[in-house]
Design a protein around this ligand. Structure first.
Ligand code: DON
Length: 305
């Protein structure tokens, strides 16, 4: 591989100053913004190339929406999930309540804005005395090939304390009779899934499963259906970076999902990519992380268009 990831990190480092760590969740406000890490998983060779803060654990936040979506599809089937949540852009911020109200839709516009993500979380039912979150945690450990993914209790408590907009979204969905579980359980699942701690390497593994049509490249085992992998990548391309998805579709051209913890998962043909840098743009996407992904896409010619 011609690209030197340490050089790429150095080149993108100054972009950190253009962003700010998320402050609306107090536990995230304490994170050092001056971090940038990447892990690149080459599905064909099985080699991983990691640099910078690649092994630092951070809160997965909205990247978990991809995992819960995949788990819901595995549990309920794609048709059932598609009945409950759309795949359209909202034109609003990720936590807005306006998108459903203005469009008079009965279902959230996509699974990556908070209304859609809370709905998807509500679709997971308790099974064999295992809570929806316990099932999601196990599935995350499997699809990220990382048994050390755990719940960060401080971040979870912080999400609980400051999550009133999410609470209002859940009650709104309940009022529209679309929430599949009760409000308390649905929100507990959602807040906990956002509070899981991952690394760039965990996200590179997730991206590699998606890149490899649902098969774990490290074992050859199918973890999700081919349809689920294709569906998730399509929605990541169109809404994974919220209102900026179109901008980065042109600049980067790789299905990507961001989280306000500073994580990015990207799935290019033959590559899974995990990136972490906690300083965010106003839409909630990692600034230096996206600059680095743009450089990787250009150097390795990964733009799918
Ligand atoms: O719902 C929230 O506010 C967060 N727990 C997750 C949001 C998030 O990561 C949005 N993505 N960029």
């Amino acid at each position: 591989m011609a690209l030197n990831l340490n050089d790429a990190i150095q080149a993108c480092w100054k972009r950190i100053d253009e962003g700010q760590v998320a402050t609306y969740i107090p536990a995230l406000a304490k994170v050092d913004p001056y971090q940038l890490g990447v892990c690149l998983y080459d599905v064909d060779s099985g080699k991983k190339n990691c640099a910078g803060a690649a092994n630092v654990r951070f809160a997965i936040e909205s990247v978990s929406k991809v995992i819960t979506l995949l788990y819901a599809i595995e549990r309920l089937g794609l048709a059932k999930v598609e009945e409950q949540v759309g795949t359209r852009q909202t034109g609003f911020a990720f936590d807005t309540i306006l998108n459903m109200e203005i469009t008079k839709e009965t279902k959230p516009l996509n699974p990556f804005v908070n209304s859609g993500a809370i709905l998807v979380s509500s679709l997971i039912e308790e099974e064999d005395h295992r809570s929806p979150f316990d099932q999601i945690l196990d599935f995350t450990r499997e699809i990220c090939h990382d048994p050390q993914v755990t719940l960060n209790e401080e971040i979870y408590q912080s999400e609980l304390r400051t999550g009133d907009m999410n609470r209002s979204l859940a009650y709104y969905l309940k009022a529209k009779e679309t929430l599949a579980n009760d409000v308390t359980t649905s929100l507990e699942t959602y807040f906990k899934q956002c509070s899981m701690m991952v690394t760039c390497e965990s996200l590179a593994n997730l991206g590699a499963v998606l890149a490899n049509d649902g098969i774990a490249p490290w074992s050859g085992e199918r973890l999700i259906s081919s349809d689920a992998a294709t569906y998730a990548k399509s929605v990541m391309m169109t809404t994974g970076l919220y209102n900026e998805s179109g901008t980065y579709s042109v600049k980067i051209g790789i299905p990507t999902k961001s989280g306000v913890g500073g994580g990015l998962v990207a799935s290019a043909p033959k590559y899974g990519i995990g990136i972490f840098s906690p300083a965010l743009d106003p839409a909630g996407n990692s600034v230096a992380g996206l600059a680095l992904l743009e450089m990787i896409s250009r150097e390795l010619k990964l733009d799918i268009f």
